[in-house]
Write a protein that binds this ligand. Structure first.
Ligand code: MN3
Length: 241
């Protein structure tokens, strides 16, 4: 017996024409593709030898891409939520019905966190220095830059399982905190394990961020990460820009 064709020829031609027409139309944003994955602001190998190219490629093109895809899927029927900027969406989590909240929390958090993370990194050799104001605030909050690095490294090491370490501004003061999974300090009303504030720096300590190069040696990854911190962008966030 001949297998039934899935589509007859006429439908096939029609679908082909529709696809061709759609390709010619200017893209109209819909709830289905509300959030987009921006390309990295540098090459995959720009952070070598501190973070390897393969890790950057998989991290951006697979992990971050999946958060965006799953966030859009979670918002496919939610035009109002899909129209919000990502920060506002995350700040609105407590008002989102419980059955949708977890998918938006995990994938919206994943999107926000990674978008932020790429901006906190600079190509090897271009890490720069904190502004005089940020350096002064670090000294006054943590005693010295070394004191800050030590305390931040401890927060990153102590975060059990997957999560993030953060330097945040809270009521005008610098503070170190950490969050589990893809939670972050802008999730008002959600984050119980960690502090709220405006992130200045964030470090992804999920194994996918370092495993290829550092395996179980998270502290080595954290130590290497200091070499590619983008102090210029951190200083701008500290200044509220
Ligand atoms: Mn990650």
């Amino acid at each position: 017996m001949k297998p039934e064709p899935i589509l007859d020829r006429r439908s096939f031609v029609k679908i082909g024409m529709l696809a061709a027409t759609a390709a010619l139309l200017p893209s109209v944003s819909s709830a289905a593709d509300a959030f987009k994955l921006d390309p990295l602001p540098y090459a995959f190998d720009a952070l070598v030898p501190h973070i390897d190219a393969k890790t950057m490629e998989i991290h951006h093109d697979k992990h971050h891409a999946a958060y965006v895809k799953n966030l859009n899927a979670a918002l496919a029927q939610e035009e109002k939520l899909a129209a919000m900027p990502i920060g506002k969406l995350l700040a609105s989590l407590p008002e989102i019905p419980e059955e949708q909240r977890m998918a938006i929390r995990n994938n919206g958090g994943g999107h926000w966190n990674h978008d932020f993370f790429w901006k906190t990194l600079a190509p090897a050799g271009k890490s720069g220095k904190p502004s005089a104001e940020l350096a002064k605030a670090i000294d006054s909050a943590f005693g010295s830059m070394d004191g800050f690095k030590k305390a931040f490294g401890e927060a990153a090491a102590k975060r059990f399982g997957s999560g993030w370490a953060w330097l945040i501004l809270q009521d005008g003061k610098l503070k170190i905190t950490s969050t589990p999974n893809q939670d972050n300090p802008v999730m008002k009303g959600i984050v119980a394990d960690g502090e709220l504030g405006t992130p200045v720096l964030g470090l992804d300590v999920w194994e996918h961020a370092y495993y290829l190069n550092y395996q179980n040696r998270r502290p080595e990854y954290v130590a290497a990460w200091w070499n590619v911190v983008n102090w210029e962008s951190a200083s701008e966030r500290f200044a509220g820009k």
